[in-house]
Design a binder for this molecule. Structure first.
Ligand SMILES: [Cu+2]
Length: 374
């Protein structure tokens, strides 16, 4: 059964070898948005727009879904609040322990990104690997700030933070972190597009509304710097502590780097459930995955490390066989071990990509006692 599910997800750069396992011969190279050419940037946003213009495939599970993009947003919402939804038939109605603040946070989002990247390529003509958002260069550390980011360019980016509408609370946002700004994105390739699900856990009713953001520049600046925020994180030696500190504040910072991207962009992005309604979600999570990949690359132990509670409440023991739940119309459920190595070097996994560190932006050397690489 496992073999079958692996074969289903084999894609162009993954070859089947004689024993039925797969090997990665030509990994896709995920690059920083800032080093893409204008043409490459337009190709990416056009492919994402294509997902908004293509019909949903998951209506048997989430009848309110309108677009192919909604298929991803709905899956993220449902896996954030696992429930025996009446329309969920996969997994016998059981949808798992959640995907945030627990051990599977990183592998689940890694697999989710892989499916999204494949869908852009297979259904929307995108040719390259998924880009990532190197947030650190959009901070004062590099003499910049969030609104100056290349990501928010109105032509060669994702549009900006929108113009202020009547402030209101983003209902259903992450508990304890409500913000009062919610602006419609009014420039760039996604201006005028509707999102469907949310806010928050809502999956039952379509709630068409604008894609919305609400920049929080100072919070972002204090939480997304390389030396101050990313480097200490990469020094962690325990997998779950590393995972946890991505979302929780480090000493002296409002948020971990994962929180920085979500709360910096604001609007839909601060929503634990419906953040995947903003295409920026995938740019941010590519960099979150990049951080995990960097951390894995620092030692053999890190490469194989996986531990922590299966439940966000701190209970349950997770293993490399713990399942990553998707829904059947998007991709098969797979065990954590299938996505531990982005280059699938031992042939037991499914992935085939790696990250190019941003050559245009010097990563400051870390003068610590260990881990000279960073
Ligand atoms: Cu998430």
């Amino acid at each position: 059964m496992l073999l079958f599910t692996y074969l289903v997800v084999i894609l162009d750069s993954v070859l089947t070898v004689a024993d039925g396992s797969t090997t990665c011969t030509n990994p896709r190279i995920r690059r920083s948005w800032n080093v893409l050419s204008k043409e490459e940037k337009l190709q990416y946003t056009a492919a994402v727009k294509c997902l908004f213009e293509t019909r949903a495939q998951g209506t048997a599970y989430f009848p309110a879904a309108q677009t192919r993009f909604d298929d991803f947003a709905s899956l993220h919402i449902n896996q954030t609040s696992p429930r025996d939804a009446k329309n969920i038939t996969g997994n016998g109605g059981f949808t798992g322990p959640g995907i945030h603040l627990n051990s599977v946070f990183l592998p689940w989002h890694r697999y989710f990104m892989w499916i999204y990247e494949n869908t852009l390529r297979d259904e929307c003509g995108y040719k390259a690997a998924h880009p990532y958002w190197d947030w650190s260069v959009d901070t004062s550390e590099y003499g910049s700030s969030l609104p100056k980011s290349q990501l928010f360019d109105s032509v060669y980016g994702f549009g900006g933070g929108g113009k202020a509408k009547a402030p209101r609370e983003n209902l259903g946002s992450t508990p304890g972190h409500k913000v009062s700004v919610l602006n419609c994105v009014d420039d760039g390739p996604f201006a005028g597009l509707n999102i469907t699900f949310g806010p928050g856990p809502n999956l039952d009713q379509p709630t068409p509304r604008c894609l919305n953001r609400g920049f929080n520049v100072s919070l972002f600046d204090a939480s997304a710097q390389w030396q101050k925020n990313a480097v200490p994180l990469l020094q962690e030696t325990d997998y779950f502590t590393f995972t946890h500190k991505m979302s929780y504040p480090l000493t002296g910072a409002p948020f971990g780097v994962h929180g920085a991207g979500h709360f910096g962009v604001g609007g839909e992005m601060i929503n634990l459930w419906s953040s995947a309604n903003d295409p920026m979600f995938f740019m941010h999570h590519a960099q979150v995955d990049h951080m995990w990949s960097m951390w894995q690359g620092m030692s053999e132990a890190n490469a194989k490390a996986f531990n922590g509670p299966i439940s966000p409440n701190g209970t349950g023991l997770s293993t490399l066989d713990s399942p990553l739940y998707m829904t059947p119309f998007l991709a098969p459920d797979l065990p954590v071990k299938a996505v531990m190595d982005t280059e699938n070097k031992d042939g037991s996994g499914i992935l085939c990509y790696k990250y190019e560190d941003n050559p245009a932006e010097k990563i400051p050397a870390y003068e610590g006692p260990e881990n000279a690489r960073i």
